[in-house]
Design a binder for this molecule. Structure first.
Ligand code: HEC
Length: 147
C-alpha cells in the first residue's frame, strides 16, 4: 500500500518537473523547445499521469477505511513477530502442542490475557491501535490455526 502510494507520489513529482520543464521551454528564448518535441513530451507523460492518478484513487479509500481489520491481517502485521518463532516462549502459530494447554483455559481467558497481557505476552500484543474486538478476532484466528 505504502509502496504504491510512494510510487505514485514519485510519478507525480516527475510529471510536475517535466511539466515545469515544458512550460519553461515554451516561453524561454534561450532554451527553445520545438513544438513537435513539446507535443511528444506531452504525449509521453500523459499515460504516466493517468496511471498515477488511477493508483491514487485505488489506494486512497483503502488507506482511509477505518473498518475493523481481520484476525489474519493483525496476526501478520503485529503478532507474527513473536508467535511465528516462539520469541520469549510465545506459543507458535500452527503448533497444536504449544496451544492445547492454552486453549484448555477457555477462549475468554485467552481474550483477557491478550488484551491485558500475560507474563511475556505484552498487553494487546503490542497492537496499541487494536480494538478489543480486533484482538479477539486475532485470538480466534490463532486458535483456529493451532489445533
Ligand atoms: C513481544 C512478543 C509478543 C507479541 C508481539 C505478541 N505476543 Fe502473544 N504471547 C507472547 C508470549 C511470550 C506468550 C506466552 C506468555 C506465557 O504463557 O507466559 C504469548 C501468549 C499469547 C497467547 C496465549 C495466552 C494464554 O493465556 O496462554 C495469546 C492468545 C496471544 N499471545 C495472542 C497474541 C496476539 C493476538 C498478538 C498480536 C495482537 C500477540 N499475542 C503478540 C509474546 C508476544
Amino acid at each position: 500500500m505504502r509502496k504504491v502510494a510512494g510510487r505514485s507520489v514519485m510519478a507525480g513529482l516527475a510529471i510536475a518537473m517535466l511539466m515545469a520543464l515544458v512550460a519553461c521551454g515554451g516561453g524561454n528564448d534561450e532554451m527553445p523547445v520545438p513544438p513537435e518535441v513539446e507535443a511528444e513530451i506531452a504525449e509521453r507523460i500523459a499515460p504516466a499521469g493517468e496511471v498515477a492518478m488511477a493508483s491514487e484513487v485505488v489506494s486512497a479509500p483503502a488507506a482511509a477505511s477505518g473498518g475493523a481489520r481481520s484476525g489474519d491481517e493483525i496476526y501478520n502485521s503485529k503478532c507474527m513477530i513473536c508467535h511465528a518463532s516462539g520469541t520469549a516462549g510465545a506459543p507458535i502459530l500452527g503448533n497444536a502442542t504449544d496451544w492445547a494447554p492454552r486453549i484448555g483455559k477457555g477462549i475468554e481467558a485467552l481474550y483477557t490475557n491478550s488484551i491485558s497481557g500475560f507474563n511475556g505476552m505484552p498487553a494487546k500484543g503490542l497492537c496499541m491501535d487494536c480494538s478489543d474486538d480486533e484482538l479477539k478476532a486475532t485470538v480466534d484466528y490463532m486458535v483456529e490455526k493451532s489445533q
